[in-house]
Design a protein around this ligand. Sequence first.
Ligand code: ATP
Ligand code: MG
Length: 317
Amino acid sequence: MSIETRRRPDAAPRTARSAPSWAARAEAVSKVYGSGETRVTALDGVDAGFVRGELTAVMGPSGSGKSTLMQCVAGLDRVSAGRVWIGEQELTGLSERALTELRRDRVGFVFQAFNLLPTLNARENITLPADLAGRQLDAEWVEQVVDTLGLRPRLAHRPGELSGGQQQRVACARALVGRPELILADEPTGNLDSRSAGEVLGLLRRSVDDLGQTIALITHDPTAAAHADRVLFLLDGRVVTELRSPSAAEVLETMAGLESGAAAPGPAAGRPDRTSPAGADEVARTARRLHDQLGVFIAEVEALTGDHASGRSGAGQ
Ligand SMILES: Nc1ncnc2c1ncn2[C@@H]1O[C@H](COP(=O)(O)OP(=O)(O)OP(=O)(O)O)[C@@H](O)[C@H]1O
Ligand SMILES: [Mg+2]
């Protein structure tokens, strides 16, 4: 699972395909937040696609629109202009309910904050989205994912009893078990030490190579991006260049070029909240995220956590 093992001789040459099969794509997408003085153009006519069965990394300076692109592609946020598809399904114009169902059934998420419910154990967290949707998971597949991610000895542990790397592997397992058409991972290694990060990246890579998963990986880390089949570089809300199966050094060089031309990143003013996941309102915050992703009511999540654990809010952290 080390970084060195990832570049299998047969992994790279997918360039020859003339018409890529898109797991998801955005066409001329713009996203504007706010108005007047607070108006921010987060995406500015971006074209981007995620090829089925590939790991695509998305890089770019802070504020370049990476997370916004992911939110729009996943239907978590509405575009201001342009069109978005998951597979053949166009998202533009879908009702909230249809979007929620599409996210729940066809997209998996992994965030920098692990978004695990502290009152559930690892296994319960992994199956939570399916449990809430009343969907039957392929039991054999679940066990395979658990083993591939090395989680078997930890299944009965709650997040508070797991290391950061183990928690993120649980979050990856939760995304993988539903066999989504696309996994969107937004800085999944941002809170991890380099060893745990290497493990998580290795398993994302293997889930593409061995399980046929399609993954979009947002990252600031050139080493992480070097795991990808393709790297898209965003600047000021547009894809400005891309590299195929690059080395970390090539990614670094391209980023340096972008950042020297970009406005100084400055403080993280106006950026989405990215505080530590730990805290007394962990359940409420995680429930809110799950609500957004899966369309379940917060009360349902709380009822479920109540079924599994006596002390509910804030427990376990
Ligand atoms: N909900 C929001 N309301 C207002 N502005 C927003 C919102 N979300 C993002 N933005 C702004 O849109 C721009 C793009 O933000 P985005 O979070 O997509 O950047 P990013 O590339 O993911 O950055 P980072 O690497 O720091 O995570 C930024 O200027 C940001 O301040
Ligand atoms: Mg971001």
